[in-house]
Design a protein around this ligand. Structure first.
Ligand SMILES: C[S@@+](CC[C@H](N)C(=O)[O-])C[C@H]1O[C@@H](n2cnc3c(N)ncnc32)[C@H](O)[C@@H]1O
Length: 229
């Protein structure tokens, strides 16, 4: 693949067969992959959803303060941990891919499937979880999505914030997920209310709060969702 469609807004470019064919003819593999990664980062960083995450969501999360988990690390998110830490936020990162650790929060990164987050963090440890570009990019099945939401509820404080970024061309509407309804309610917090959509983009941000009163029966069932790695 010329441009990794791993990055949430680069799929359109990656899916162009002509671009892929020309690149394959014109360049040797390693150069093609390096150029693909650079182009992918450039493309993704300029997407409206990424710009919104960087310019609006992160500053608002910084204003709230506390302890924050950023799920999924890529080159275009590499500045996010430092941005938050410089503003007094205690920031953690998590990614299943060991390679993604190069874009981590220094000294505060976990390599694990997010479904195992309750085994990695204290219960109700976080004031916010930024969970964007995960559904359809590794957390794909309904079961995995529900397991992620359960894990997320376990590590969020009651009433704490879940920023759920997802793509309409990757997964079905998450609002129908059983565990989203069971453990979360739509946020009405200023700056984090409703749904944010973008013209000419399939990316959407939804804002939720962990329900105060909810039963979290996950701890004895985690290995069913994702075996320990
Ligand atoms: C498209 S990137 C999203 C990056 C970033 N969160 C964002 O805002 O765009 C998806 C990332 O999720 C990671 N990932 C996929 N499945 C995962 C899982 N089950 N648990 C943790 N990380 C996972 C991948 O390794 C990749 O780094």
């Amino acid at each position: 693949m010329f441009i990794a469609s791993h990055d949430k807004d680069s799929a359109a470019l990656a899916d162009m067969p002509l671009v892929r064919r020309l690149a394959r003819r014109a360049m040797p593999g390693p150069i093609r992959r390096r150029l693909g990664a650079l182009l992918s980062r450039w493309w993704t960083e300029r997407s409206p959803a990424c710009a919104y995450q960087r310019q609006v969501i992160l500053p608002r999360i910084a204003d709230r303060g506390g302890t924050v988990l950023l799920v999924g690390c890529r080159s275009y998110t590499a500045q996010e941990p430092r941005f938050l830490e410089q503003r007094g936020v205690r920031c953690r990162t998590l990614d299943i891919d060991p390679v993604a650790a190069k874009w981590r929060a220094r000294g505060r990164h976990v390599v694990a499937p997010f479904q195992q987050a309750p085994q990695q963090f204290e219960p109700a440890q976080f004031d916010a979880v930024l969970f964007s570009g995960m559904f359809g990019f590794g957390v794909d099945t309904i079961e995995a999505q529900n397991a992620s939401l359960e894990a997320c509820a376990a590590i969020l404080k009651p009433d704490a914030l879940l920023v759920l970024g997802w793509n309409t061309d990757r997964v079905a509407e998450p609002a129908t997920l059983v565990n989203l309804r069971a453990f979360f309610r739509a946020s009405n917090e200023a700056g984090f209310a409703g749904r944010k959509t973008f013209a000419r983009s399939t990316h959407i941000f939804d804002f939720y709060c962990r329900r105060v009163a909810c039963v979290l029966p996950f701890l004895d069932r985690l290995d069913r969702y994702h075996p320990k790695i």
